[in-house]
Design a protein around this ligand. Structure first.
Ligand code: NAG
Ligand code: NAG
Length: 329
């Protein structure tokens, strides 16, 4: 475009830059307000703003691909948009990859079973509302409590929310806010004779002294079942016939942190770097793509009201079927 009046083009440019800056700045102000972010000083604020701007740009790029139908999910600014990828990974996961692994009972799938096309345990009443682990690596406790809530519901008909704080404080074979495994939590619950209800022992996002009192137990278990490593067919059979299943997965990508909606499909995802634990509460197919319906523990503002749909039957993507377990009652 040729601009005939000298200086006019320059003025236009300045205006458009100011508008762009304002939009970024407005988004930033809104982000801080909405997520109640308070930084210790202006320097920290400025550093966080830089990270936010980069993430914001990354989101815009990805979502252009989504609009063009090149990817199956959208990402968006959420409360983690001021964090670097590695900062996030240090605070909001917590699956123990290095610790002692224990063997559970073997899953024996029913004979001649035909899988339903989709299942959603939320609509069947087996899933409590989405919870938030906050800045504590306690995903393992949320996955364990979620799976036990499901099994307790199936056995008694009552959905009782169970206490992750109880597990943080009392599950001696796990490491509180540092990491853990759902399977070890099930064995500790068995040893202690039960797990408290959420309402009697509420979440504090930090490890404290164990305050176990059997008068407030909401459920208990007698051990756990382990599915065949990496077998998605078996995971689907278990989800369909047993209920919500605790799984481990690779959540390390920034695409996962900023996930908004659609089917998360990340071929670069690892099936061995399983830093996170979550709960598979169903599965289905959308526009020809199979997915797992996964309940996360990052609050209901994350993803699809706290849930994520993850690509299913694509070679155990993100290791979702690598370490799948559920408690025995
Ligand atoms: C609860 O704990 C008390 C004290 O340890 C014990 O005496 C009681 O038998 C327990 N009750 C049940 C139902 O396990
Ligand atoms: C996965 O599990 C299903 C159901 O138990 C079984 O039929 C199938 O052979 C298993 N696949 C592999 C590769 O082991």
């Amino acid at each position: 475009m040729s601009i005939k009046v000298p200086g006019y083009g320059l003025v236009l440019l300045a205006v458009s830059q100011a508008t762009y800056f304002d939009e970024e700045f407005l988004d930033w102000s809104y982000f801080k307000l909405f997520n109640e972010k308070k930084y210790q000083d202006e320097t920290v604020d400025a550093v966080r703003f830089e990270i936010f701007k980069e993430n914001r740009q990354y989101i815009a790029q990805h979502n252009r691909k989504w609009e063009n139908g090149e990817v199956s999910f959208r990402i968006d600014i959420n409360e983690y948009a001021d964090l670097l990828n590695h900062e996030f990974n240090e605070m909001r996961n917590g699956n123990d990859q290095n610790g002692r692994s224990i063997k559970g009972s073997t899953f024996i799938p029913p004979m001649g079973f035909t899988l339903p096309e989709n299942i959603d345990w939320r609509s069947l009443g087996a899933v409590t509302p989405v919870k938030n682990q906050k800045y504590c690596d306690s995903c393992w406790a949320f996955a364990a409590a979620g799976a036990l809530e499901g099994q307790h519901f199936r056995h008694t008909g009552n959905l009782v929310s169970l206490s992750e704080q109880n597990l943080l404080d009392c599950s001696v074979s796990n490491n509180g806010c540092k990491s853990g495994l759902a399977s070890r939590a099930f064995l500790d619950i068995k040893k202690e004779g039960g797990i408290a209800t959420e309402s009697s022992y509420s979440y504090e996002a930090t490890q404290k002294l164990c305050r176990l009192n059997n008068a407030t137990f909401g459920a208990s278990d007698t051990g756990f079942v382990q599915l065949e490593f990496g077998n998605e067919t078996q995971l689907a059979i278990a989800v369909a016939t047993v209920g919500p299943i605790a799984v481990s997965l690779d959540s390390s990508s920034i695409l996962f942190h900023l996930y908004h909606s659609g089917i998360y499909d990340n071929p670069l995802c690892s099936d061995t770097n399983l830093i996170h634990a979550a709960l598979v509460v169903g599965y289905g197919t959308e526009k020809g793509i199979d997915y797992w319906l996964v309940k996360n523990s990052w609050g209901e503002h994350w993803g699809e009201n706290g849930y994520i749909k993850m690509r299913r039957n694509a070679g155990n993507q993100c290791g979702i079927a690598t370490k799948a377990v559920y408690p025995l009652l």
